[in-house]
Design a protein around this ligand. Structure first.
Ligand code: BDP
Length: 702
């Protein structure tokens, strides 16, 4: 009787309130199927640990909390209780049979002698195994006959927060910063712990906590103490803290008259500062640096190279375990050049000159996180440099927090791309996991989409992109679908029909978004500065490569940026196999066509339509598909939590309105060049180009 009451109360506790999304994918709501619940509960009677590590305590507590929520059963934690059966046994072992094939963070889950054994070489490995077990229960998998081993593909699996000291977030669309700098170190916001749990549950083990456009303030003693307090919270979850640094800090903070990386006083300043950081953060992960990019200071200000700058910092880090992450996002304002080639050209001569502790972090594409970019030509072309991946989880160019866009397929498209660096199969994934060139370090970073919004990410579906990033950093061979299925089951609904519908929506969402914004390989046509909505007519800005016309190059003949040998020849940066894949306009995939070719409006494409017709069809189809997503969502009303349902419903309405905005803006604008009729049966926009242009002007009003 009492047991039933407890179950009922737990059920009410976890299900009564509307879901504000704050629990992310760690809801641990009571499983509704009593038989399933009892089945799991019969296998889980106690939790045993064999270590005093705080990370193991985290793992055991998480399991306890998860079992209590999911199964309605309080399970005790005891030390070295593995003799009995029916236990979840957390075991660190240096050389047991179970751990032989494991890397540091890897884990094995096996059914042994009536127990579920989670073994690993390190506490973090056990923690990841614990979360894997919980995920199995959350997603309704069987726990009998467990025999599962998992190793991370990438060593540093990291979020990059572009959060500022004043509480704003650069390119953040989910409220203000989650870090409360004015309160730290005295008050620890409980959300830091939720954040740490969420990250640990998907294998993220690193976080750089401030904007890459960095303020020196983060290196003052006052802020280091605050950062130390954050690091203390994250440590039991296996997460190490990194700091983005301003290269000019020796001057602004240290009172030196230079920040020249070859100056001995400057080097001493960084050595001392690094030592000081370690007093506050003994397991400091390292520095993240944006230098000589978009006005940020850097070694080139002193006639030095990126390698000079990075190696100076790595010298400072030499006594410690951490690394130096140097970003490759650099470009000069050259109206005649091609920004596509900038990073490659600047870094290529430096291959082989970076200290092994340095990781060069490269964005997935050569321009800037556009919805669909070809993979960055640096991947596969820098054998002597450790290259890390930088994805953008926050959706600067992908609908921010109003468009439903599931990013896993985009991340995977890049990771699966073949660079042909060492013949077929030299994928980008193998470059960044270090295996292609046998590098020791490996890194996958994602620019975070977290903020102060109750549900962390604004759009409820944006949570899936945080989740997918972590899962892929752990194992990029997981399919986008599989990741979506897990996430849906843990967050949205247990109803199988609704799960399928949501999965379909998610899997179609990226192609839909691309259709009405950047079809056929167009790029960079968004509103200036805020990067919201369409502004393909933008022709004047602070720099030519901040305009739209620089990228789409529309004229009376056609559309697209010719990057073949005839014009910019950026294609030559790729291996011959890749050049062949994209170099011929007749064979180039339509997804990338206008990245590499200036195609006549009248040219017949493989679809049988002319470029102009195809463009129109895609813009229009994108809008129609959004309407279909709305219908699909409405059909699930009874299966989804009311608050979540209405939240998504409202955002889908915005998405439809804005898809129409993109469609009309682009079709009407490009029509001034093509001068061709919008093909029937498509109905021409009812508003004029001038009317649509006014819509974006609103965003520039001060
Ligand atoms: C661009 C953003 C800008 C960032 C920059 C970067 O528009 O806010 O500072 O990237 O990555 O995408 O440094």
């Amino acid at each position: 009787m009492l047991k039933k009451l407890v179950i009922l109360l737990t059920f009410i506790m976890f299900n009564a309130a509307a879901d504000d999304g704050s629990r992310l994918w760690l809801k641990y709501d009571l499983l509704k199927d009593a038989r399933q619940r009892d089945g799991y509960a019969s296998l889980i009677k106690y939790i045993s640990i064999n270590s005093d590590s705080p990370i193991i305590a985290t793992a055991a507590n998480e399991l306890q909390m998860g079992f209590e929520g999911l199964l309605g059963k309080k399970v005790s934690i005891s030390k070295n209780a593995s003799g009995k059966t029916g236990g979840v046994v957390l075991e660190i072992s240096a050389d047991g049979a179970n751990v032989q094939s494991l890397m540091d963070d890897g884990f094995a889950i096996t059914a042994q002698k009536g127990n579920i054994l989670i073994s690993a070489k390190t506490p973090s490995g056990v923690l990841y195994g614990a979360f894997e077990l919980l995920r199995n229960i959350q997603t309704g998998k069987s726990l009998s006959n467990l025999a599962f081993t998992s190793n991370p593909k990438v060593k540093i699996r990291m979020l990059n927060h572009w959060d500022n000291a004043n509480g704003t977030v650069e390119r953040g669309y989910a409220g203000s910063s989650m870090w409360k700098w004015t309160e730290l170190p005295f008050r620890i916001d409980p959300r830091y712990i939720q954040y740490a749990r969420a990250n640990a549950s998907i294998g993220i083990n690193a976080a750089s906590i401030n904007n890459v456009n960095a303020s020196s303030r983060f290196l003052t003693a006052e802020y280091l103490e605050k950062i130390g307090a954050v690091a203390d919270v994250l440590r039991p979850y296996g997460i190490r803290v990194f700091i983005s640094v301003n290269f000019r800090s020796p001057r602004t903070l240290g009172g030196l008259d230079t920040s020249d990386p070859l100056d001995s006083n400057v080097r001493k300043w960084w050595n001392d500062k690094t030592k000081e950081i370690h007093k506050y953060v003994p397991d400091f992960g390292g520095f993240l640096v944006k230098a000589n990019s978009e006005g940020e200071p850097g070694p080139q200000d002193y006639g030095r190279t990126h390698a000079d700058g990075a190696n100076m910092l790595s010298e400072a880090m030499r006594p410690y375990k951490g690394v130096v992450i140097w970003r490759a996002f650099v470009y000069k304002a050259d109206p005649n050049g091609d920004r596509f080639k900038e990073a490659y050209d600047q870094f290529k001569p430096l291959d082989g000159t970076f200290d092994p502790k340095v990781i060069v972090q490269v964005k997935n594409g050569p321009i800037d996180f556009m919805p669909r970019e070809p993979f960055h030509p640096m991947f596969g072309a820098f054998p002597k440099t450790t290259l890390g991946m930088e994805f953008q989880i926050t959706q600067e160019y992908l609908g921010q927090s109003t468009h439903l866009t599931y990013l896993a397929p985009m991340f995977k498209e890049c990771l699966d791309s073949d660079t042909y660096a060492k013949g077929k199969g030299s994928t980008v994934a193998k470059v960044i996991d270090g295996s292609l060139e046998s590098h020791q370090n490996s890194l996958m970073a994602g620019v975070a989409n977290t903020g102060s919004d109750a549900n962390w990410t604004g759009h409820p579906f944006n949570q899936a992109n945080w989740y997918a990033f972590g899962r892929l950093a752990w194992d990029y061979t997981l399919s986008s679908e599989q990741i979506a299925i897990e996430w849906i089951a843990m967050t949205m609904t247990k109803n199988k029909i609704a799960q399928d519908k949501i999965r379909t929506m998610m899997m179609q969402s990226l192609p839909i978004y691309v259709s009405y914004t950047y079809p056929l390989g167009t790029a960079h046509m968004m509103g200036e500065g805020h990067h919201y909505g369409p502004e393909p007519w933008l022709a004047k800005s602070g720099r030519p490569d901040w305009t739209s016309v620089y990228y789409h190059r529309a004229d009376s003949v056609g559309l697209g940026f010719d990057r073949t040998g005839k014009v910019s020849n950026a294609l030559s940066l790729y291996k011959p196999e890749v050049q062949r894949q994209w170099g011929n306009a007749d064979e180039c995939s339509l997804d990338y066509l206008l990245w590499f070719h200036h195609v006549p409006w009248t040219k017949k494409l493989s679809t049988g339509r002319t470029l102009w017709e195809e463009l129109c069809v895609r813009y229009y189809d994108g809008v129609e598909q959004v309407k279909k997503m709305q219908v699909a969502w409405e059909s699930m009303k009874s299966e989804i939590d009311k608050e979540t349902f209405e939240n998504v419903e409202g955002r889908l309405k915005i998405q439809k309105k804005e898809a129409l905005w993109w469609r009309d803006a682009c079709v009407l604008y490009f029509n001034t060049y093509s001068k061709m009729l919008i093909p029937s049966p498509l109905v021409p926009p009812t508003r004029t180009l001038d009317e649509v242009k006014k819509l974006v002007e609103i965003y520039h009003l001060r």
